[in-house]
Design a protein around this ligand. Structure first.
Ligand code: SAM
Ligand code: SF4
Ligand code: SF4
Length: 367
């Protein structure tokens, strides 16, 4: 059962049936991988579909009208997601982020949030449920999401200039509607809203200062993200990456900033604040200064495959256990085995050889 690659007709990526150890794997809220990294965060992709075609994530040339998205029967149901999430929480996960595709396209997402928000850590604390969204559907739903138990929200926005934004999302969607979504989230108390901008040299680097200017003083936290070589669709080249250093220098010249202590060890965004009190910005240096040493994230795909790295080439098929009559104890033992064997550190060893490997798409696994 352990080393077999399971052929699944609609599978996007290879996945193994996880090994289920005979003994051990009993959740005690503390799991560490081969490099001593705890299992602390779980990202759950709730759909592989999206209403945007961001050129760097789901280019129309690949995700066109004929693209075969996963059929409904492949998706984990809310009950299945809850069951897996409960096992992860028992193993030490304190934070769950819902992502996609565009997570707000998944019907009745509020119900899933309510289910996940009811989970408690072994110490009796509520699990923090958060969401990453393109905010196209946020303005109307912010209140319901908050009422369901959502604690925080991250909105992706790559430009404040309407023409550039419409070009980047490639479906002619206006900036104004995203801004309405951000304001609605802020109003209902999902604040501070984090706003993520992926910076691509030659595409939207001109937007660094306009974005900084727009969000200064609003209470929202703008975070600049280095363009990563995830997936195989975006034609990534190192030259397209604007480094965190260059981004910080660009902002600092116009609006002086100073570093802020991290909130907690392992925080991925480097924190900075405007010296004039205009608030905080973050920079995520996934390429120029990798943070694999502190990476405590597991990722669950829409069809229930567990990935232990954003750049993994193979997942672990938890859905096969969920639908194969295995018990919670089996599921917990399998998760434990996967995490304790984990050795991923792709960003630290990125090279011309690794960038050629077949990788999972960001729209499949979420950010
Ligand atoms: N659709 C939602 C959204 O855009 O917020 C959630 C899923 S999206 C895949 C999650 C995040 O991944 C977004 O902030 C997006 O900008 C980021 N992302 C996608 N491709 C990326 C890349 N190549 N490098 C860095 N970030 C990327
Ligand atoms: Fe959709 Fe988000 Fe990818 Fe853009 S980044 S195509 S909004 S999944
Ligand atoms: Fe974590 Fe993999 Fe990214 Fe390193 S490359 S930070 S191990 S997801």
């Amino acid at each position: 059962m352990t080393d077999r690659i399971i052929p699944i007709a609609e599978a996007r990526y290879p996945a193994r049936l996880p090994h289920i150890p005979e003994a051990g794997g009993q959740p005690v809220g503390l799991l560490a991988d081969t490099r001593g990294r705890r299992l602390h965060d779980l990202r759950i992709s709730v759909t592989d579909r999206c209403n945007f075609r961001c050129t760097y994530c789901m280019p129309k040339s690949v995700f066109g009208p004929d693209y075969a998205f996963l059929p409904q029967s492949s998706l984990l149901s809310f009950e299945e997601i809850l069951r897996v999430a409960r096992m992860f929480v028992a193993h030490g996960v304190e934070k769950i982020r819902l992502t996609g595709g565009e997570p707000l396209l998944r019907k009745h997402l509020e119900r899933l949030i309510e289910m996940l928000a009811s989970l408690q850590t072994p110490a009796g604390e509520p699990v923090e449920v958060t969401l990453t969204t393109n905010a196209t559907l946020l303005a109307k739903r912010a209140g319901a999401l908050r009422d369901a138990g959502l604690r925080r929200i991250t909105v992706s926005l790559d430009a404040i200039d309407d023409d550039i934004f419409r070009r980047m999302n490639d479906v002619d969607f206006p900036v104004s509607s995203v801004l309405e979504g951000i304001e609605a989230a802020h109003r209902v108390g999902l604040s501070p809203v984090k706003v993520n901008m992926v910076v691509q040299r030659g595409v939207n680097e001109s937007q660094i200062l306009p974005m900084a200017k727009h969000f200064r003083g609003t209470g929202h936290i703008l975070r600049f993200i280095e363009f990563m070589d995830v997936g195989a669709s975006n034609g990534w080249r190192l030259n397209d990456v604007m480094s965190a250093r260059q981004i910080v220098d660009t902002i600092n010249e116009a609006f002086p900033i100073e570093p802020v202590e991290p909130n907690y060890s392992g925080e991925v965004a480097e924190r900075w604040r405007y010296t004039d009190g205009g608030g905080e910005v973050g920079v995520i240096s996934s390429v120029s200064s990798p943070f694999c040493t502190d990476c405590t994230r597991a990722r669950l795909s829409t069809e229930g495959k567990l990935f232990t790295c954003l750049f993994a080439t193979e997942g672990h098929d938890l859905r096969a256990l969920l639908r194969g009559g295995f018990s919670d104890a089996h599921l917990a033992a399998a998760i434990s085995h996967v995490w304790t064997q984990r050795a991923d550190r792709y960003s630290e060893i990125r090279s011309s050889e690794t960038t050629g490997l077949r990788r999972i798409e960001m729209s499949y696994i979420g950010g």
